[in-house]
Every structure is written in C-alpha cells, then in structure tokens.
Design a protein around this ligand. Structure first.
Ligand code: ATP
Ligand code: MG
Length: 404
C-alpha cells in the first residue's frame, strides 16, 4: 500500500485486532484515485471514541462531540472518527450532536459527495456503495442521495461543491447544480467562519475561474459577505488566472481591488479574517492606489512599502495589466537589492546622534530629519556612513535655517 496509507495502516490493524471495523475514508481515498497529492488520511471506525482512546497510547480528543479522536501514530496525528449519522438537522446546519452507528454504509451515506463517500479497507479494496469511482472517472460532483435534501440538511455543502470544482476542475451534476440554484438562500444560516474556509480554498484552486463562474451562475454569491451588489465585478474575476497569485494576501487583495470596494476594511472584517491578514491586504491595496504602472516604482517607494507587500501588489497589478508577474517581481527584487539600506534601523545614525550634534531637546524634528537623511541615503546622495552624514547634515541644516 502507498504512503501515507501504509503508515496509517498500523491504526487500522490495531482497531481490527480488538474486534472493530476500520477503513480509510474521505478526501484521501478520493485523491488516491485521482492521483493527486494526498492530504490528511482520515479513518472511520465502528469503535466508540472512548474505545479508540483506550487502545492507543497517544490521543487527543479533538472533536468528541462528532466522534473524532486524533491518534498520534509514528509522530503524525490521524483523525479517527466513529461511524456516525448526523441525526436530525436543524436550521440547515450541521447538527450539534451526532448519533453513532455500527455500519460503514450509514457513515458513507451521511457524507457530502459520492467522490467523498468511498472507503478503502486494509487490502486496498474499495467500498463504494454510491458509485463514487464512476463520478471520479466522469469528473462529476454529485451529492450522495437527493441533492435538495442534502443541501437543506447542511447548506455549507453548496460552497463545498464549488470549492471542489475549483480544486478538481470537475463539473457539477445537473441535479446538484439545480439544487444549488434553488437553495442558495439557505447559505444565510451558515456561520461566516465555515464559509470563509471553503471560499479561501475556492480562490486557491487551479480551476478558480470555473468556480467563480458558477458562483455567479447559481447566484450563490448573493449570500456571501459583501458581495450582494457586486455581480458585474464578480463576472470580471472569471477572466483572470487566479493561479498566478501565490498567497492569501494576494488573493484577497486582488478580490478587493477588482470589486472596487469603498471600504475594504469592513469587507474583510465581514469575512472574519484575522487582523494580521486584514492589515496585509490593506497595505497591498494602499500600494496599488499609488503604483499604476511599473514606471511609478521608485527606490523611495519600494523602501517605504517593503519588498513583501510591494511584490504582492506588483503580482496583482501585473496580472490585471497582462504583464509578466515574474519579470516585474524580479525587476523589483533587483531594485530592492540595490537599496543601500532596507529599513530605518540600518541607518548609520539615530535620534541620539542628532540630539548630540544639534544640542537640541528631543522633538518631532528628529523624525523629520531622519526621514531626510534616509531619503538622501536611499537615493545615493550620501553614503550610509556616520561621518559623511554628519558632514552633509550640518551645513545643510544651516542652509535650512537661512531658509534656502
Ligand atoms: P480536503 O482534501 O480539502 O481536506 P476533504 O474531502 O478531505 O478535502 P474535509 O473537509 O477534510 O474534505 O472533510 C473530510 C470528509 O468528511 C469529506 O471527504 C466528506 O466525506 C466528509 N464531509 C466533510 N464536510 C461535510 C459536510 N458538510 N457534509 C457531509 N460530509 C462532509
Ligand atoms: Mg480532509
């Protein structure tokens, strides 16, 4: 058996030796069949969470209410989840409590799409009661059972369908697509945090353009934070190669820029993104307002904005203008490398030096003067050497005082 299944096999064997059933399930089995890189290997078992915790020396109760225990095996955590159904769904959301069941079939039946409802046993044999393999070979995303019912049970599945389109490039089955069109408004019942997780995966996938096209076609965008009045702008996103963007900051920055938002801060907060990311996106957008073409870059601007945010903004700008992102980022990297100093703390003088030289008390003049010295150093007017700065500064300042 291929890695990472081979290593995880130890867990399955232990469970079986104690009289339980255990299988590989979910995304890892799907990705194995698709020849995609395999992410987390999940295991489903007939053993109850307490039994799982008793059988393995190192476990973490990560989601006991959903029957999930993380088993640390050879240094890696594996999620081991008791066969379950999700009982009664209320409010179109995943239920708070679940019912443990003893059959694999019922566990597979509660899963979202047929391609995600395939189990694999210890010999690599597939258990596929909902024809997930056929859906995979036809590249189709189809709900397990009646699509309308499944989206009514948990409306997040509609977002998951579109994020799988983006990750896999599959088509939605006609029934699944129609059911989304008819149930879009149920997304309003889902917490923003869960929606954001799926939306970020959607933006990141190799087929994001296809997914954005479906967001508009199904009208699901109407129930996404801050997008209700942005249909025309969203349509423009379909034309761009999102894979050219290489970070969360770049993707959110691109989205905000293309949406022509008047208040990007509120928009990003509505998606409940972490503050650090919001600040990064705002910094990128600030740069994009100033740099309209590559010719607008100066050493001073690059120094002020820093290389990280500058490269991010340049990626977005180049993508929109159809220029080569790599080429422009390389040029920017070279310009940055040519800067004599990269940040203020590399300046050969500081505020204390100025106080000593001018014999004036500390005040706002220090920051002004440091900025002036910084500019001169960056532009190569003077070297970043204390003596040279002092020589340049004193007569220069005297000239200032004479108002020339
Ligand atoms: P990824 O590779 O992105 O992790 P995944 O298929 O493993 O994709 P997860 O979100 O990790 O997706 O979920 C693991 C499995 O749990 C899915 O394959 C699916 O069988 C099931 N699942 C997850 N979310 C839902 C849901 N909302 N409704 C029904 N089944 C779900
Ligand atoms: Mg997963």
């Amino acid at each position: 058996m291929k890695e990472p299944f081979q290593t995880a096999l130890g867990i399955i064997r232990t469970l079986q030796q104690h009289g339980h059933e255990a299988y590989f399930v979910g995304g890892a089995v799907r990705d194995l069949l698709l020849n995609r890189p395999i992410g987390d290997v999940d295991i489903a078992t007939s053993a109850l969470p307490e039994e799982v915790m008793r059988l393995f020396p190192k476990t973490i109760a990560v989601g006991l209410e959903h029957g999930t225990v993380a088993v640390i095996h050879e240094g890696t955590p594996y999620e081991v989840t008791t066969f379950r159904t999700e009982g009664k769904y209320e409010d179109y959301r995943r239920p708070e409590s679940v019912t443990f069941v003893r059959s694999l079939y019922e566990d597979l039946q509660r899963r979202d799409f047929t391609m995600n409802a395939i189990a694999m046993d210890e010999h690599g044999q597939l258990i596929d009661p909902f024809h997930g393999q056929e859906a995979i070979s036809k590249r189709i995303i189809r709900t397990v059972g009646n699509a309308k019912e499944r989206f009514s049970e948990d409306a997040l599945r509609m977002m998951r369908a579109l994020r799988f389109v983006s990750q896999l490039g599959f088509q939605l089955s006609e029934e699944t697509k129609q059911a989304i069109i008819e149930h879009t408004s149920l997304l309003a019942h889902i917490s923003v945090e869960r929606i954001t997780i799926e939306f970020e995966k959607l933006m990141e996938g190799p087929f994001a353009q296809q997914a954005f096209s479906l967001l508009v076609e199904t009208q699901l965008f109407l129930y996404l934070p801050g997008l209700r009045a942005k249909e025309a702008e969203l349509r423009t996103l379909i034309d761009y190669d999102w894979t050219a963007l290489s970070s969360r900051g770049q993707r959110w920055g691109f989205l905000c820029y293309m949406l022509h938002l008047s208040d990007a801060h509120s928009f990003l907060r509505a998606w409940k993104l972490p503050n650090r990311l919001i600040k990064e996106v705002e910094a990128i957008l600030h740069i994009m307002n100033i740099i309209q073409s590559y010719a607008d870059w100066t050493k001073e601007r690059l120094y002020e904005f820093g290389i990280e945010h500058s490269c991010a903004a340049e990626a977005i700008r180049s993508l929109i203008s159809g220029e080569s992102i790599l080429e422009n980022q390389n040029r920017l990297q070279q310009l940055f490398a040519s800067l004599p100093i990269k940040e203020r703390k590399e300046l050969a003088i500081n505020g204390k030096d100025l106080i000593e030289w001018y014999k004036r008390p500390s005040g706002p003049w220090i920051a002004d003067m440091l900025a002036m010295v910084e500019r001169a150093v960056i532009n190569g007017v003077i070297d970043n050497k204390k003596e040279q700065i002092k020589e340049w500064l004193i007569p220069c300042n005297q000239k200032h005082e004479k108002n020339c």
